[in-house]
Design a protein around this ligand. Sequence first.
Ligand code: NAP
Length: 461
Amino acid sequence: MNKNSSNIMALAPNTSNKRETVCIFGTGDFGRALGHKLIQSGYPVVYGSRSTQISNLIPKDAEVLGHAEAAQKAAIIIIAIQRQHYNFLTPLAEVLRGKVLVDISNNLKLNQYPESNAEYLAQLLPGSKVVKAFNTVSAWALQSGTLDASRQVFVCGDDVEAKQMVMDIVRALGLTPLDKGSLLAAQEIENYPLQLFPMWKFPIFLSFGLGAFFFIYCLVLDVIYTYIYEKNNFSFFIAITIPNRVFPVMALILLALVYLPGIFAAIIQLYRGTKYRRFPDWLDKWMLCRKQLGLIALAFASLHVVFTLVTPLRAFASWRTSKRIVSQALNNKTEPLDHTNAWLSDSYLALGILGYFLFVLLGITSLPSVSNNVNWREFRFVQSKLGYLALILCTAHTMIYGGKWFLSPSAYKWYLPDIYILSLIVPCAILVVKFVLIFPCVDKPLTQIRQGWERNPKYSE
Ligand code: NAP
């Protein structure tokens, strides 16, 4: 009788206002936190535990029974137990037949087992309907109510009705279920909480690599070279001068690297005459982390702004100013205002300010809360058109910084160019190619290809 009634319970969708009892196996951290939240949402909760003694930690209105007894009271059983203990469920197979078993478990390592925990549970209990859910929500977030950042709950399972029942519970808890399909998706869902900023890895490694390279480059040219040839000890440059030379270079190069994969993609599509062939893997991956590259570039640009603003406060800057004034006083001669220089320095600052403003705008529109509120055309306008404008302004800002200095032999200590010259290579190359790409004779076929036209259609009749 029990067996049949549980089957019926398992299949009946929750239509009445009265919440059905939910059973939780395991009175550990997660079981208790979830039980507490379920009781708050109006669900009667019964725990299946190895010990039926009520402890203070267990939610007040919950019942604690032995596993078999607790399972008989509910159609849905949440297994809040680590995978390595799942064997204890095998003797309960008959009681659990037809029930919906919710696997919430996580592993310690990516792909720790050949099959996902949920598939393993389904193999142990073939008569039950296993659904994977809740593993991306932490016990702490459930308990403290700080679920704002993780409202999404991935759900997957082979039985549609069972999955629906679990999604109803997820919604009742104020969370958002996201149906990921069959139980085959469980491995991916289990790997999800174990990933450490997957999209940030490449941009962060690249920034560290490039940053270290440019820092050492500046150290060699600005400190070591000056020490060897001019006998000047400028080692204090390490604190502000060198970082403030590296930050803008990093910002400009990383911003350029946001737009470089788009240029490669356009060239590949033009060459192939179709958009229906996959890009190489490296290009796909690069395209996916453009937002992260752009945000890191914005962080470097912001550091450059702050470091530049503190420059007049530095002892070195006031020493240089007073030295110039004293030398003018001693020579009894004031330097005339150089209008060309004044123009250059004002344009340099204006371009930097405008470029930074657009940079910030790009960063703000990449935030999900903002990008979700603009349509695709608006998003593309900001990220592509205004993004290129930001690249043009920042490139011009850097060019004016150098002025004609790149023509002077003193700009090439040990025959090495200054880093601002190096930083211009990629952005200038991108802007030149982009200029070619917007010519109608190139832009027209590219637009057609992106709208689905093929030069040599494979399946033409
Ligand atoms: P836990 O605190 O270690 O609790 C696990 C519970 O399993 C124990 O309290 C115990 O309950 C039961 N148990 C232990 N050994 C057992 C055995 N040999 N046989 C039967 N039952 C046994 O673990 P937890 O943090 O609550 O995590 C439970 C599950 O939720 C794990 O699979 C974990 O990956 C998943 N999860 C946890 C979190 C989190 O934030 N903690 C987040 C997402 C997913 P009784 O003493 O009542 O029998």
